[in-house]
Write a protein that binds this ligand. Structure first.
Ligand SMILES: [Zn+2]
Ligand SMILES: [Zn+2]
Length: 155
């Protein structure tokens, strides 16, 4: 059953983008907020639908596309033909993170405990790009692709 309490946290978000507040919309934001990794529409649908059979896949897709267009949600493509979704950084209270993607099982690991080398590298690269192209770099996404420990063992 859709949890109306979930809407407390998200009312201001829907008001800001001028979208109607509905139970499933709040549930989707709540689910993305709690997820340890980016979720596909199907993953969201199967959890929501189990709780409330009235929620269809079309509702999930429509909500995700509304939230993506409003830049509340970020749509990510990792190469398995299934888009994943996560809350945009300005919406979560979480730290900036990068992704590790297994190209065999498409497990996605999200981490924000960066090795110092990674922090230094990102800062340095952004600085060089700004100097070279005259851009101001405001944000970036970083995905590292490879094999997860389980898939490495099986390979
Ligand atoms: Zn970063
Ligand atoms: Zn794997």
């Amino acid at each position: 059953v859709t949890n109306k309490d979930n809407c407390h946290n998200w009312t201001h978000v829907f008001e800001r983008i001028g979208a109607r507040i509905t139970g499933p919309r709040c549930d989707i934001l709540e689910m993305l907020d709690k997820a340890e990794r980016p979720l596909s529409a199907h993953q969201i649908y199967s959890e929501l639908h189990a709780r409330n059979p009235k929620v269809g896949l079309a509702t999930v897709y429509r909500t995700l596309s509304l939230l993506t267009e409003a830049e509340i949600v970020e749509r990510l493509e990792f190469g398995d033909g299934r888009a994943r979704y996560e809350l945009a950084e300005h919406v979560t209270q979480e730290e900036h993170h990068h992704h590790l993607v297994c190209e065999r099982c498409f497990r996605v690991v999200k981490y924000s405990e960066f090795p110092q080398e990674e922090r230094d590298l990102v800062r340095k690269v952004a600085g060089s790009l700004e100097a070279k192209f005259g851009f101001t770099v405001e944000r970036h996404q970083m995905h590292f692709y490879g094999l997860c420990p389980e898939c490495r063992q099986r390979a």
